[in-house]
Design a protein around this ligand. Structure first.
Ligand code: FO1
Length: 331
């Protein structure tokens, strides 16, 4: 058994190397970040779960690493196809009386109007959000809904959200607090970051599935340590679980250079150096690291070096090989 902590694009890109590795997809659990999630026009959008979902299902737009490749406007047909694929009965599916009047707790602190929708939702992508949100409204947990969607997309790995409770990544900037998606998609990471808050995390619980997954050796892929991995670490019990199991982390930096995304600004914003050294400080539970060949950072923990660029399946297989070697050194 092996568990990956995934958010953004770094870990999903690494997961492309699973097929070439000694890790069995059927014995692999991917714990997905949900701090990035938003409710948009009443639909719960879970970008980090969906990247793994779409990649595993072979439909990911691999230029952007989000959304569905070649998405169209055939929303209605897609909703029916997806419901069929998931084995869900047709409608009308009237929600319980309680649900008609109660707000959706999972969407707390991240609700946006759909007017002038600030994130682009493709039509087939939207069908996933409609299905997810509707199943939540029918009373299923995010973990259960994610399993239904994973079956519909034919995922080999087990994909679980980090919690069934709401945790919202709120970036505190010089222009005020804003949800991560507003900071990243609408503002293109322009405002300067003063802090990052994981609102709701103190009251959130890791699910039994997450705790069981964290009893296995864990790989923290080269995701953004602050907004992709940070929300998971903020959920009570997760750090303790990581302290008690072998953990290998792949640095998303080459010394102080980052491959993509706003990781550097966010790291500085929360008081870490924007570098591999900062990542090792953020991950005190990591027993070993995979660093780039050109990364000379000296560590007090075992290091396996390789070219950590992830531009395709060959790269992913190579970095996954380094992860295997690092895990062997600490297991
Ligand atoms: N990223 C963008 O830069 N612009 C978008 O309009 C956008 C829409 C979007 C819709 C669904 C989805 O699952 C992801 C989407 N993303 C978009 C990516 C997303 O903002 C981030 O890259 C992730 O949250 C980081 O993990």
């Amino acid at each position: 058994m092996i568990t990956f902590l995934a958010g953004g694009t770094g870990t999903p890109k690494l997961l492309d190397g699973l097929g070439e590795s000694k890790f069995e997809p059927r014995e692999t659990t991917v714990v997905g970040n949900t701090g990035d999630d938003v409710e948009l026009g009443g639909l719960l959008v879970c970008p980090d779960l969906d990247t793994v979902l779409f990649d595993g299902g072979g439909v990911l737009d691999r230029e952007r690493w989000w959304g569905i490749d070649g998405d169209t406007t055939e929303t209605h047909e897609e909703l029916h196809r997806l419901a069929d694929a998931a084995g869900l009965d047709g409608g009308p599916r009237y929600l319980s009386d309680d649900a008609q009047t109660a707000g959706r707790e999972i969407a707390r602190w991240r609700r946006f109007s759909g007017v002038a929708e600030f994130m682009e939702l493709g039509d087939r992508d939207r069908a996933v959000h409609v299905t997810r949100t509707s199943l939540l409204d029918e009373g299923r947990t995010l973990t259960e809904v994610t399993r239904v969607l994973a079956d519909a997309f034919g995922l080999e790995v087990t994909l679980v959200p980090m919690s069934n409770d709401p945790v919202a990544s709120v970036v505190h900037t010089d222009e005020g607090p804003m949800h991560f998606q507003e900071y990243w998609v609408a503002r293109r990471a322009k405002p300067s970051v003063r802090d990052v808050e994981f609102r709701g995390a103190d009251d959130a619980r890791p699910t039994d599935a997450v705790l069981a997954a964290l009893a296995a050796p864990v790989v923290v892929g080269p995701s953004n340590p602050v907004t992709s991995i940070g929300p998971m670490l903020a959920v009570p019990g997760v750090r303790e679980a990581l302290d008690s199991t072998p953990v290998v982390a792949v640095s998303p930096f080459v010394e102080d250079r980052v491959f993509s995304g706003p990781a550097a600004e966010l790291m500085r914003g929360v008081g870490y150096e924007a570098s591999t050294a900062g990542v090792t400080e953020a991950y005190p539970f990591a027993d070993a690291f995979v660093l780039d060949d050109e990364d000379g950072t000296e560590l007090d923990r075992p290091v396996v070096r390789t070219d950590t660029k992830l531009d395709g399946p060959d790269d992913a297989a190579r970095v996954m090989g380094a992860v295997e070697d690092a895990l062997e050194a600490v297991s």
